[in-house]
Design a binder for this molecule. Sequence first.
Ligand SMILES: Nc1nc2c(ncn2[C@@H]2O[C@H](COP(=O)(O)O[C@H]3[C@@H](O)[C@H](n4cnc5c(=O)[nH]c(N)nc54)O[C@@H]3COP(=O)(O)O)[C@@H](O)[C@H]2O)c(=O)[nH]1
Length: 679
Amino acid sequence: MFNSSQVILDNVSQGIAVLDADLRLTLFNDRLKELLRPPEGVIYTGVSAKTIAALIPVHAHSSQSSSGESENWLTKLHTCLTPFHQEVVVDGRVVLMTSIPTSDGGWLITFDDISALSGMKKELADQNSRFDAALSNMPHGLCMFDADKNLLLCNIAYARLYDLPELLTLRGTSLTQILDYRQITGNAPARRDTYFDVVIEAALKGSTASQNISLADGRVIKISHQPMVNGGYVATHEDVTEAVRAEEQIKHMAGHDPLTGLPNRTLLREKLDRELARGGDGNAIALLCLDLDHFKDVNDTLGHAVGDLLLKEVTERLKSCLREGDNIARLGGDEFVVFQRCVQTRRQASSLAQRLVDAIGETFKIDGHTIHIGVSIGIATAPDDGDAADVLLRHADTALYRAKSSGRSTYCFFEPAMDANIQVRRKLEVDLRHALVARQFEIYYQPQVDTATEQIIGFEALLRWNHPERGLVSPDEFIPLAEETGLIVPIGEWVLRQACKDAAHWPAPISIAVNLSPLQFRSQTLAHTVVSALTESGLSASRLELEITESVLLTNSEAALATLHHIRSLGVRIAMDDFGTGYSSLSYLRLFPFDKIKIDQSFIRELGHSRDCAAIVKAVVDLGTSLGITTTAEGVETTEQLRRVREQGCSEIQGYLFGKPLPLSSVNEVLRRLSASAA
Ligand SMILES: Nc1nc2c(ncn2[C@@H]2O[C@H](COP(=O)(O)O[C@H]3[C@@H](O)[C@H](n4cnc5c(=O)[nH]c(N)nc54)O[C@@H]3COP(=O)(O)O)[C@@H](O)[C@H]2O)c(=O)[nH]1
């Protein structure tokens, strides 16, 4: 027969030991032996608690007994009247001993193997300390609030971010308390109500959201909310002030011109597109393309620093002409755009354009320099001239082109007919840029004759352009374009070098005259180019003549005069071309010791018809004679004109009567025949 209580005891998972009042073992089970692993025969009914205590030598750690004492188990059995626990380690296993006093003065002791539980507790403790370390070391603030907006926990970074005292970081602190405190210290959300009502409520309702919140102290905090499963939310707080500022700055830079601070082309396009899309409310848009006149001269002569200061000053003046709602942008260089929404488009745009022209026409005083520039303006209007930004900009630019060619410092409205002309001109410009590399230029030479002997004494180099589609293009058409685009500088340099090379093969003292454009004087390397053209070709300086018009001295006269003196000091002769067509040809004779005056063909043409012209020619020749300057009559076509200029005392003649401009091969042939007949 089995003892039923023993069967029960042997089938429970705990080790059981029952001690009587004398602390002797009265009852125990097999599980006790399994846990304590006593040597054979040590555990038996009647054995003392002391013997059992000897089997459990190592205390894992003492849990607090109900009396709060931590004492040796045996001592406690003698002294304690209430249950107590002890964790001990037996043979590597953690065993929880629970000692419960029995009514007869004895003890019921249970032994639980809690090794697994103890491992989990340790793991949990480790995890908690890792979590604490992570929280404390997080660069961002972190906080958890329950569903009632009471703080569950927060980390040091959160407290530091808002300068919170320790008291407000304790569990249970309400969000309102925290925000009230932040309100006082000046770092609460600038729009607290919105933050509270919208952001927090959304988080509590389960929305994951990330939002930048501006604080009253100017900082921007990125707050990311994550709802928690059991209500409440966890939020990270990151100070993104610097990042937001940098982003704003990058955005500003992408849309603005760094020099003037004005919107750039990209931003202009955005604004214009927006305005055009808004259309349809009866209002129109006037778009004004502005280009400064002679700005390049300022850069070339006074330097880029002064040019930059001028652009800033121009910007201020342009802005001062605008009214509320008008927009301005700088497209680059000296190009600006203004657009305005207006009702009476042309009238309002004219009035704005005139204000702008007047403002820029006023003298500028920059860095000790007095500067005169102007502005040319092309205007296109929407919807009449187009309703897309690209089209409007193109049409305003076309009108600008017209404003520039009709004298500058003025404005001009777009007209459809302009488009076709300008397209042709643009195409010519593209072709002209290509012409030099494509070797489409050729120099023709027109003879210059001694009036007395009627012998050829030299030739004038006159440029011709063999256009692949249009055939020979007149210099009257492409030289002004080359001057407008600045291409005259490389083209003029090519003419000079090529003409010197060609003339070097002609018999001395036959000379060569080359035209110089005013723009070539701005390059500052002109004198050097002349020297190298002479050196490369081997032509004597005395056989080279350079023809300039008074416009060279009109702008930038000091620098141009210095260059002229330098070139003349080489032995090169300087001729004043088209004499009498400008305003102050005479006064320029006092400025520079010209070697030759070329009387413009308009006077020669009129010699037989106009007494005035005859008198002018006579006066110029007399002036030349008294100053020791050679005079050449240009455009002599008839024997009658020849007779008259000879009568007036003109020393040299050039004109169709003695020969039209000829290609090099024909000139060489003429010269060959001349030297053969002279031999
Ligand atoms: N900067 C440069 N300018 C140049 C160069 N090559 C030419 N040009 C200038 O282009 C203008 C037109 O030149 P072109 O068509 O060659 O006309 C010249 C002569 O052909 C013409 N001429 C000469 N004699 C007569 C005549 O009896 N009748 C008549 N109707 N025309 C005649 O005059 C032009 C020469 O002018 P000028 O230079 O003033 O002596 C012209 O302004 C050229 O200067 C160049 O390489 N660089």
